[in-house]
Design a protein. Sequence first.
Lengths: 226, 394
Amino acid sequence: MSQAPAVEAVDVTREYQLGGVAVPALRGVSVTIRPGDYAAVLGPSGSGKSTLMHLLGGLDRPTSGTLRIAGRDVRELSATELAGLRNRTIGFVFQSFHLLARTSAVDNVALPLVYAGVRAGERRRRAEELLDRVGLGHRLRHRPGQLSGGEQQRVAIARALVTGPSLLLADEPTGNLDSATGAEVLGLLEQLNRESGVAVVVVTHDRDVAARASRQIRMRDGLVVA
Amino acid sequence: MRFAEAWRVALDALRANRLRSGLTMLGVVIGVAAVVVLVAIGTGAKQEVESQVQGLGSNLLLVVPGKVSFGNAPTVSPMTMTDVDTVARIAGGRDRLTATLSSGETVRAGVNSKFTSVLGVLETTPTVFTRALAQGTYVSRSDVDTGRRVAVLGYGVAQKLFGDRDPVGLQMDVAGVRFRVVGVFAKLGQSLGVDRDDEVHIPITAAQRLLGTARVDALAIKAADATRLDLLSAQVTGELTHRHPGTEFSAVTQDQILGVLGKVLGVLTGVLAAIAGVSLLVGGVGVSNIMLVSVRERTREIGLRKAVGARTRDVTVQFLIEAVLLTTIGGITGLALGIGAAYLVAALSPVPAAITWWAITLAFGVSAAVGIIFGVVPAQRAGRLDPVIALRTE
């Protein structure tokens, strides 16, 4: 465990303002994710696990505490720098896939490379390579509507990995899939974790899903309980 | 994100919602087309008037009794042929001047008759005003001196009375009095709805006898050069006022006529363009409205783009380009439509139309500007969306 953490949260809190009242979503959480980790964030809804995922992914900033992504304190980053950091170091996989509906699989996968300033030819090449890796090399030109749920989530995983991030954050990645397809998707995440060393954090309320990870982070009422 | 990429994304988004994009553009299309057509008509009318006034001949001074201004009733002229001789001396010779006496009369040849403008003239008219003959000759000096009953017909009058026959040498009636046709003017056509071929010229002396008067309505002087116009104007009006105390005389140059007409037509064009501009503005509001709807509809897409690394600026630029594309495509379509409509108006009506580069540039520039102005608010709203909230939106 000598490697620098992919992301590190130290005593992080996050409050939301609801009608002038501060509602705490995270009340002092410390989490370290190292390269190659395979962790599950487990907890009931409202426990703060989604808020934690948004913070670890640089989509949000903590109210207090220190958050370092790839060694950089997010307090010192502008919105533009944070966007660039997200682009290069974080990959997101969502429960509802979040694919662009009118766009082919290969162009969906290539989307993060558009914001990385990669040329079109190179984008296509890398997107095709990743789709091949997730087993969709034969579905390059299909649109999301022409793909099954499991295939759509594979496209989303390929998109999350296309910029070569060090951390992949998956928010209920099997939530919209039947159990067999869900198991396949988890298997794919585990395989990618083993083969390329990308850290994977799966946010879930499903104990069976969490049990497959090498490490469980249990949350309740905005705190890490185990 | 590269700029070219943003254009492609924007174009894709518009294509995905063809009907909505089309309807949104329609407001801009109609606005731009209206601006182009109305400005074309205004400009065309102005050019037409200018070319006509200039086509009369150069260095002209028109002398009439009373004040020259719009809305004033014409003054009955106290001028007679002796005034013509006096003014001719001041102007430097009889061939530098012409006099007119005009009246509306019925002319007739056989069974064909026509109510037309009958002009009593001096033989110098074709040299003072540039006027070409198609057939025969013009009124001569001796015709004027003896009050001979000869007539030169406008092309339209000749057609109406004599059809395809050569009218030179034939007889006709002017207000029931027999005249002989000596010439026919070359065809001038219509301008601003006025048939310029609808007139008959007869010697002014014959006209005076026909109408039972000794008056001369107006004088036109052709100055040797433009620099003498002002001096000549003062001399002529001074002499005429001296000879007819109590009557005011006005002498106007072509430039003055052009100035007045130009101002009137300029204001008219401006008002028309402003009305059309309002419709363009309404089109812009429509674009703004649709862009706001589009931002709301695509909240999740915006959240996703931000999650994978789009900066605020990337998203703002994407939506701004979308708005500008809507209005510029609408602008180009409107431009094509407007130019087509302007040519149609020019072809089917007596109203001339002139397409000018400045009108095209203006219409296109304004439509692009409308896109930017009315796209900015929705685009900024899109750019500022919080990705966490945007991703959660269902």
